[in-house]
Design a protein around this ligand. Sequence first.
Ligand code: ADP
Length: 265
Amino acid sequence: LRANFSVIQKETGFVNGLIAVLHDITEQEKINEERREFVANVSHELRTPLTSMRSYLEALAEGAWQDAEIAPKFLEVTRTETERMIRLVNDLLQLSKMDSTDYILTKEWVNFVDFFHRIIDRLEMTKEQNVTFKRELPKQAIFVEIDADKLTQVLYNIISNAMKYSPEGGQITFSIKEQEDHIIVSISDEGMGIPKENIGKIFTRFYRVDKARSRKLGGTGLGLAIAKEMVNAHGGTIWAVSEEGKGTEISFTLPYDVAEEDEWS
Ligand code: ADP
């Protein structure tokens, strides 16, 4: 806390007042510190793929381009690094949009069960890993008011993690539970899990349990931070339950009004 004092003095020199202005510098300091850390993180995240690309490009320029076996491999590395950087920059733009004060959601009424099915269908068709999808979704419609693009991104980020961290042949289960004034959407996997001491941090920007592994899998460390901000913007909360070696379940809530639901039927 910082205090500025001004003395109110009359022309006669007589002091008849004192103004104290108190600034909460701890709050300001915290924001500055977070900003510095964020810029350092972004720089680091960009520098890593760039230095790696430089080495591969140097090797190519120095003659590797003539090697019919090595050249395509080196080019492939530079391509995947470029793709990761594009993902990173897109994620950063997404976060920066959400940070701005005029951030608004474009909400519409959506049957969340159909919506969830469509997203799972899309990922099921394009998946490259050997994982099975199990749907524990209600038969009846559940109408919620959401920004469909944002929720697509939330689900995509969570499900792609579940796939990334799943073992060969693992199962991913999707469920929706109806509560009185909210629904709980859960995605669980049979993957490596998250150590107890790290679980509270996975929704923090750039936090990863295993940096090298996340990078190798093409991660940016921003997926869950984005998901959290989007869920919060909808008035919901998000959390993780995990057991190391057994699997992880990510769940989030969305406000839901049973009374309003009746108007639809
Ligand atoms: P990343 O791009 O690294 O996946 P995220 O923000 O999506 O970044 O996730 C943050 C970290 O949380 C990941 O690096 C990983 O360590 C952990 N994590 C997220 N989802 C899972 C999961 N389903 N199983 C195990 N670990 C996970």
